[in-house]
Every structure is written in C-alpha cells, then in structure tokens.
Design a protein around this ligand. Structure first.
Ligand code: MN
Length: 180
C-alpha cells in the first residue's frame, strides 16, 4: 500500500465500519431484557458476562481506541510525562514495555495503559474483549492487537503496527482520562 502512513483507509473502513458496527448491533440486541438497559458502558463491562460482556467490552474498547488518535498526533504534556517517568523510569522504557506486551499477547486482545487506585500507571495485557476496568483499574490508553486491526496493512508484522501507532496518538485525550 503506497500511501500507508500508519493505518490505511481500507483498514479503518473495515475496522470502524464493519467490525465495530457488528459489536454495536449485537450489543443493542443483547441488552434488551438484560437489566442493563439504563447502565453506561463502563458499568456494563464491569459487571456483565458472556456475550453481553464480549460485545459491550468490544464497543467500549474500540471507542477508547478510536478516540485517542488524530492525524499527526498530539504530544505528551509535562504532567503526563512526569507520571510516566515516575512509574516506568523513562518514556522510552514505557514505550518498550507497551510494545513488548502488545507483541507478546497470545491470540486476540488489547494492550493497555491503566491507572490503579493509588494513581500508579501500569501496562496490562487483556485477552479478547478484556478491559482493565474489570479489575478496578482505570483504562487510559489502548492498542488493539486483534488481527483485524492491522493484518491488511502489516500482515504478520504486529510489532511494526504497534510502533507506528505512536505517531497518531493524541495524548490530550489520554490525559483527560487520568484520575482527577
Ligand atoms: Mn478491533
């Protein structure tokens, strides 16, 4: 793909227009009569299971994923950088740990930057529709490592996809998700 910068229009169109849409459609069907009709996505993902959890999780995860990108990216602010350096040693160590955990996640899932009760930042691997919110961690940032997120553009080169995504990350969106 000649004009591929980070993720191609073809991947985005399938990923957002077909994969995410299917999760939204499934969730809208499954929620009827589930008792979760008036709950927000965060509450549904925190306390549901089975197909409802899988589809609600995938809707929430994809919203957090797509919302954090912008053409050309927005760099990390000074406060965020301070937290990253405090908890990972350096921005480079954080990026390295995040990419290693994304590349080594077996099968489909998501790699996350999350925040614990004490405000500490950690990187977690979650399988399938997993979200760190199920362990009471606050989800801040995520890279989708399901093959549908990168296979058209990168084939089996998941690491290359992971290391490209930083270029379009909007850190202002991620900073707004921090515990206040
Ligand atoms: Mn996806």
């Amino acid at each position: 793909i000649d004009d591929l910068k980070v993720v191609s229009a073809g991947t985005l169109s399938l990923h957002h227009g077909k994969h995410l849409k299917a999760y939204v459609d499934n969730l809208n069907k499954l929620i009827v009569g589930s008792g979760f009709e008036s709950k927000c996505l965060f509450d549904i993902v925190s306390s549901s299971e089975g197909a409802l959890f899988n589809n609600a999780g995938q809707v929430l995860n994809h919203m957090l994923y797509f919302e954090q990108f912008i053409p050309n990216g927005v760099s990390m602010g000074a406060d965020m950088k301070k937290l990253i350096v405090r908890d990972f040693g350096s921005v480079e160590s954080f990026v390295e740990e995040f990419e290693i955990k994304g590349a080594s996640l077996f099968g489909s899932g998501w790699v996350w930057l999350a925040q614990d009760h004490d405000g500490k930042l950690i990187v977690t691997q979650e399988s399938n529709a997993g979200n760190p919110i199920t362990r009471n961690l606050r989800p801040l940032m995520t890279f989708d490592v399901w093959e549908h997120a990168y296979y058209l553009d990168y084939q089996n080169r998941r690491s290359e996809y992971l290391s490209s995504l930083w270029k379009v990350l909007d850190w202002s969106v991620i900073e707004n998700r921090l515990r206040s």
